[in-house]
Write a protein that binds this ligand. Structure first.
Ligand code: COA
Length: 383
């Protein structure tokens, strides 16, 4: 079987960002307006007044201090609370493809080989801009890549599922090198009027080039093993789809802030955060430990963890369970404070930004988990 190498990575970070202070001020202004608009019904006991969000809660519960976004103004406007991302004509590069291309160009430049050597493009992300034609095919065309391309969606786990798919293509001889991109416009499926979750996500795109060990140069990371797992759960869910497109909570028509009346909408991201925490931490920790042992690796001696950036408590607990001790910040990379949860891109951002200090032969883990539930582990060794 041909083994694979993670040969290069790339990252596109939007120019605009939002601090917790700015986000909370916008939410609280919106909540005040909502309470004023519904004052009679609140006084009559028919509706509950909305309570303010707080910076302290957000930092403690999530570890997030800011997030990058494509459109700050639309999100922070209390009369809108949705990014303003104008539709483009079919002749222009789509916004999701554009982000992916920027990340991919960085990865290709770091790789230093012609795009003609890439045989496939996978766009693996939690929200595609449209059903078809595939975003991946648009990215493929923009970059002048031949071969084939397709989209896949495994929510926050999309990147590790994408890396495994790429490695399997290489093992079977379908391609010698695969470009896998993770463009995430999380701000467009996050409900900024939901106090429980308005702070969670940010926008970003990442790119990974997976190449056959037979053709790759001396750098990069050997892929030692990949493993995937899914278990159905409703605890993280988004019901938006082509059968209910008119029902989406649309902030452009904002005479009443929400069809459900309290900022909630099941046509955007919703989760039972506590249940997710309780279910996913053991599922992911056990999977990592079992996978490591099956590969003949001692989980306690892993040199670095690049976990999905879900929230600080979940990441720290998984790190502790895998290593059997409190990991140092160098061992369990956290980029949540800066980027927030960026769905499938989180573990790849961590991997891309934090490889310093590792030597040839050091072993690390790229791992993602999220809606589905879904989880993927990719063990890598520095070449
Ligand atoms: N500001 C202030 N207080 C808030 C708040 C906000 N924005 N959002 C919720 N609260 C309050 C709640 O009303 C509740 O108050 P109460 O105890 O008086 O009822 C309290 O904070 C705790 O709320 P809860 O939702 O139970 O918070 P939590 O401690 O579970 O943290 C998450 C929420 C989402 C951060 C946490 O559950 C989590 O990290 N879950 C993992 C899920 C995850 O990361 N999913 C991402 C996809 S993988």
């Amino acid at each position: 079987m041909t083994t694979s190498v993670i040969a290069a990575t790339g990252l596109f970070t939007p120019e605009q960002s939002i601090t917790n202070e700015e986000l909370v001020a916008a939410y609280n202004a919106w909540a005040e307006r909502w309470n004023a608009r519904h004052a009679d019904r609140i006084a009559a006991g028919e509706l509950e007044a909305l309570t303010p969000s707080s910076v302290e809660f957000i930092e403690k519960a999530s570890g997030i201090k800011k997030r990058y976004v494509l459109d700050k103004a639309g999100i922070l406007d209390p009369a809108r609370m949705v990014p303003h991302l104008p539709e483009r004509s079919n002749d222009e590069l789509s916004i999701l493809a554009e982000m992916a291309v920027k990340a991919a160009e960085q990865a290709i430049a770091a790789w230093g080989k012609p795009v003609g050597e890439i045989g496939a493009v996978i766009c693996a992300a939690s929200n595609m801009q449209r059903p078809y034609p595939a975003m991946a095919i648009e990215v493929q065309q923009a970059l002048g890549i031949e071969g084939f391309a397709f989209d896949m969606n495994v929510a926050c786990s999309s990147a590790t599922f994408g890396i495994k798919t790429a490695a399997d293509f290489i093992a079977s001889g379908s391609a010698k090198a695969v470009l896998m991109v993770n463009p995430e416009i999380c701000s467009a499926h996050l409900n900024f009027r939901d106090r429980d979750s308005h702070f969670i996500f940010g926008d970003v795109a990442t790119a990974v080039i997976v190449e056959s060990a037979g053709t790759s140069g001396p750098g990069g990371w050997d892929v030692l093993g990949t493993r995937l797992k899914t278990v159905f759960s409703n605890n993280i869910r988004n019901n938006f789809g082509f059968l209910n497109r008119a029902a989406r909570h649309d902030a452009d028509a904002i005479s009443d802030p929400s069809p459900l009346g309290d900022g909630k909408s099941d046509k955007m991201f919703v989760q039972q955060g506590r249940k997710v925490f309780k279910d996913v931490v053991p599922m992911v920790s056990d999977m990592i430990v079992d996978h490591a042992r099956d590969l003949g690796l001692d989980p306690a001696s892993l040199d670095r963890l690049w976990l999905h950036q879900a929230n600080i408590n979940m990441n720290e607990m998984i790190g502790r369970k895998v290593l059997g001790r409190d990991p140092s910040p160098d061992e369990n990379v956290i980029i949540l404070d800066d980027y927030a949860n960026t769905s499938s891109a989180g573990s790849i951002i961590a991997f891309h930004l934090h490889q310093q200090g590792l030597e040839t032969g050091d072993v690390g883990l790229i791992c993602s988990f999220g809606a589905g539930y879904s989880a993927g582990s990719v063990f890598v060794r520095k070449r």
